[in-house]
Design a protein around this ligand. Structure first.
Ligand code: SAH
Ligand code: MG
Length: 214
């Protein structure tokens, strides 16, 4: 079969995952403000939104806000009284995100916690349990974030983690870079976790997902 994967991605994005003006403006802000361009893709944003809606999420935790791109997709899946707790350590990223949450009309649903994510999570536990946790920050701390998520997500809730593929390098056996090895170990850990109905959704850079089973 010929490799149509790029065209198929474009096809899906054209049909289902358009960046609206605000989401486009977030992307532009990354360029203008010299912020790393490492957001999820539009089709991955739409996936997160669907996962949030499908799990009936009212309280979501996002670890790694950047400029609010994935956060806007997630917040739009929440009911009016829902809450997205999003964690970011870089003030410039956090300020940009707040600006765009406002522009997207979801500011009232967002509780941004500035600081190191592990410390923020410790404080956040008292607000739980949560319906969904999305992990997308420093990869070497993924195991810690995952452990927190397993403790603080309700049965039936969903845990997700971005960049499971590490730009495809995960299947390149010649690449033993620590970043890639760390993600290999993490994917393995996720696969071996009892009471977690899990897989990797292979769009974009791969998103680990798991439903916490009672
Ligand atoms: N989810 C975003 C992209 C996140 S990029 C999107 O798709 O739009 C990762 C972010 O995590 C960066 O903004 C980085 O500053 C932040 N980050 C990295 N390590 C962190 C830590 N220990 N605590 C909090 N935030 C962290
Ligand atoms: Mg990512």
């Amino acid at each position: 079969m010929p490799d149509y994967s790029e065209k198929l991605t474009q096809y899906v994005q054209d049909l289902f995952a358009h960046d609206d003006d605000v989401l486009l403006a977030v992307r532009q802000a990354l360029v203008d403000r010299d912020i790393p361009r490492i957001t999820v893709r539009p089709d991955e944003g739409k996936l997160l939104q669907i996962l949030a809606a499908a799990s009936g999420a009212r309280k979501i935790v996002e670890i790694g806000t950047l400029a609010g791109y994935s956060g806007i997709w997630l917040a739009r899946a929440l009911p009016a009284d829902g809450k997205l707790y999003t964690l970011e350590k870089v003030p410039k990223h956090a300020d940009t995100a707040l600006e765009f949450f406002e522009k997207a009309g979801v500011r009232g649903k967002v509780d941004l916690r500035l600081g190191d994510a592990l410390q923020s999570l410790e404080k956040l536990s008292s607000e739980g349990p949560f319906d969904m946790v999305f992990i997308d920050a420093d990869k070497d701390r993924y195991p810690d974030y995952f452990a927190w998520a397993l403790k603080n997500t309700r049965p039936g809730g969903l845990i997700a983690a971005h960049n499971a593929f590490r730009s495809g390098e995960i299947v390149n056996a010649d690449n033993q870079h620590p970043d890639v090895e760390t993600m290999r170990a993490f994917n393995q850990q996720w696969a071996n976790t009892p009471n977690l109905l899990s897989t990797i959704i292979g769009i974009g850079d791969g998103t680990l997902i798991g439903v916490v089973q009672g």
